[in-house]
Design a protein around this ligand. Structure first.
Ligand code: SF4
Length: 345
């Protein structure tokens, strides 16, 4: 079975070059081309015989853009096709400080959060580190070829479809490749998890110090269990203990993701419990107006969102209401996969 060239790091490319009886510097050329997302026919400085050796055993491109949808606010959602025909999505957001790409870490997701469209069909498979890197490379290429503005992806958020810590080894490798291969350092990377405590605690020892975002959405186990099945395995207190451990080890402020849902999680009682739980570590609460995912849960209106923000701030917690980008193209949080599913019913 053919493998992905992009899954190979520099040392592995060197080993491949030696196996093909080529000179060592060919590994640098191959590294350069693969990180630009080049097709075999574009690798013009490689000998033809070497290219045909590569074509026999490897794919040049791991993820290619099949469609793209542009939002009125400039956000672009990509539908990407993998070499086995699987489809994933990524979302490119443009900010004053540059481009941020939201990447998927799995095809589907098995966590089944009620407010999220990504897990509707369950988990299909994990993405390899190279496939995740290819999402960034494909976006860089798209920016270069289609957008007038200069630049490339400078920030990566692992918040697309999939639970990143359910694909632990590949995600850790991906974060390291972002830094070594594309010069996107860990300070520019955010990883969002629904709270797999044991894996959160493993991250610092794996050399990860990216921004950790916890999808909490309620400070109460009973409520969480009704919207996030994973809450049956991990209690809120254990998640907060893991977050505190991550903060202690890395010194990085924790982000609490909190989708505001009508009648579910925006009372004074919620604020009091949030305050108790986040005592002892630096954190910021990202209040997210729940996006329409077609699920029965409803979001709050703007006025309700800002009055909850006031309650949170009055309790002395750091918080902001997150601007939601790409809603008209179903590229906002929790919406990935929805449009494609709707269109293919
Ligand atoms: S919110 Fe994240 S963890 Fe939950 S189902 Fe969606 S992709 Fe999976």
């Amino acid at each position: 079975m053919k493998k992905l060239l992009i899954d190979l790091n520099k040392e592995e490319l060197e080993a491949l070059v030696i196996k093909a009886n080529e000179k060592r510097f060919r590994a640098d050329q191959l590294f350069h081309w693969t990180r630009l997302g080049a097709r075999f026919e574009e690798m013009t400085n490689l000998p033809k015989s070497f290219v045909s050796f590569l074509m026999d055993g490897y794919f040049d491109i791991a993820a290619s853009i099949k469609e793209h949808y542009k939002s009125e606010d400039g956000t672009i959602k990509f539908l990407l096709e993998l070499t086995d025909g699987s489809l994933i999505e990524s979302v490119l957001m443009s900010y004053s400080y540059g481009y941020t790409l939201c990447v998927s870490s799995q095809v589907g997701c098995r966590m089944g959060c009620k407010f999220c469209a990504s897990g509707l069909d369950g988990l299909c498979r994990n993405l390899s580190a190279g496939e995740m890197l290819s999402e960034v490379i494909a976006a860089n290429r798209f920016i270069k070829e289609n957008l007038i503005s200069e630049g490339k992806v400078g920030n990566v958020v692992i918040m697309g479809s999939g639970e990143p810590l359910d694909n632990y080894d590949n995600v850790v490798k991906f974060i390291k490749m972002l830094s070594s291969d594309l010069q996107i350092g860990q300070r520019s990377v955010s990883l969002s998890t629904c709270g797999l405590c044991d894996k959160i605690k493993m991250l610092p020892d794996s050399g990860i110090s990216a921004t950790l975002c916890i999808s909490l959405h309620s400070p109460f186990d009973e409520v969480r269990k009704t919207i996030m099945p994973v809450a049956n395995a991990y209690a809120v207190e254990s998640i907060m203990e893991a977050a505190k451990y991550y903060f202690t080890k890395t010194g990085r402020r924790i982000i609490i993701e909190y989708a505001m849902m009508k009648g579910v999680n925006t009372s004074k009682k919620d604020v009091e419990r949030l305050k108790e739980l986040t005592n002892g570590f630096a954190c910021h609460i990202n209040l997210i107006p729940l996006n329409d995912t077609g699920a029965s849960l409803k979001g709050v209106n703007k006025k309700e969102a800002y009055s909850f923000l006031n309650l949170v701030k009055q309790a002395g917690l750091s918080a902001t209401v997150r601007r939601s980008l790409g809603q008209d193209i179903a590229g906002a949080c929790g919406q990935l996969k929805r449009r494609y599913n709707d269109e293919n019913k």
